[in-house]
Design a protein around this ligand. Structure first.
Ligand code: SF4
Length: 260
């Protein structure tokens, strides 16, 4: 049974939510239009190529919005994710930029701590996320006035208060699917025949790096397949942690503190 068969159930107010999301993205594209000097949009979508992100990218492309999209290729992604990335790059109207970690930093870290150091301690896991995700994220967001994420309130207790637009940091963060249910996400994917990661069909609702993601069982929490060996409170990679609470906020290698 596919993820579409399992999950595609539109909520009663799905049409209103879709209209709200589309309007938000249209307004954002106008508000953060391309810089007159270099022609680069001042807003970008952070995509993990997960179900929420492919929905947002599909809306951006369908409405031909002037919004770029970026993907963090950590070097530890599943082969399924890498295949979807190639397919997405070839089909997206919006420009897709892939950011990779600084090779020397990865080589030194792996030589010092081992390839799977993330299992040894939370500190080492967060160092790995810092090198492979946070530093490339800082480069991806450099010069941008706003960014877009696929966060939804339903995803976890930590995300229960996610606003549609977060202006608590200097760089605005838009969460256009904040109000969507998992059923809404899959209804959109079904209705619009959006290409998605086949790992979703294998009970991976939340997909990150291969060593840090596993399938979940019936009844388990949505994000229980991420960093499953750690306490719930530690389960963010830093991308969506506010500047003053980020476990990486003292890491000297990071030039940005924008990951909300
Ligand atoms: S999710 Fe895992 S493999 Fe990916 S950057 Fe973080 S610790 Fe490293």
């Amino acid at each position: 049974m596919s993820a579409i068969d399992l999950h595609a159930r539109a909520s009663k107010d799905y049409a209103a939510k879709l209209a709200e999301t589309t309007t938000l993205l249209l307004q954002a594209a106008a508000q953060y239009a391309a810089d007159a000097n270099d022609g680069t949009p001042q807003i970008t979508q952070a995509s993990s190529l997960g179900a929420e992100d492919v929905v947002i990218s599909h809306i951006i492309n369908s409405h031909q919005l002037d919004i770029g999209i970026f993907v963090l290729e950590t070097g530890r992604l599943h082969k399924e994710t890498l295949a979807l990335l190639e397919q997405f790059k070839a089909s997206s109207r919006a420009p897709v930029t892939v950011y990779t970690p600084v090779n020397e930093a990865v080589v030194q870290f792996v030589a010092r701590e081992g390839k799977d150091a993330m299992y040894k301690s939370i500190e080492l896991r967060k160092t790995c996320c810092g090198i492979r995700k946070m530093e490339p994220l800082a480069r991806a967001l450099d010069g941008k006035k706003a960014w877009i994420s696929g966060l939804r309130r339903e995803q976890s207790d930590a995300r229960a208060d996610v606003p549609l637009v977060d202006t608590s940091e200097p760089r605005a963060k838009l969460n256009p699917l904040a109000n969507w249910t998992w059923g809404d996400v899959w209804h959109y994917i079904k209705e619009n025949q959006v290409a998605y990661n086949p790992l979703h069909d294998a009970f991976y609702p939340s997909i990150g790096c291969e060593p840090c993601t596993r399938a979940i069982s019936l009844g388990e929490d949505f994000r229980s397949g991420r960093w499953w060996w750690e306490d719930e409170a530690a389960k963010e990679c830093g991308l969506h942690v506010k500047a003053d609470t980020s476990p990486l906020s003292n890491a000297s290698s990071l030039s940005e503190r924008t990951a909300a």
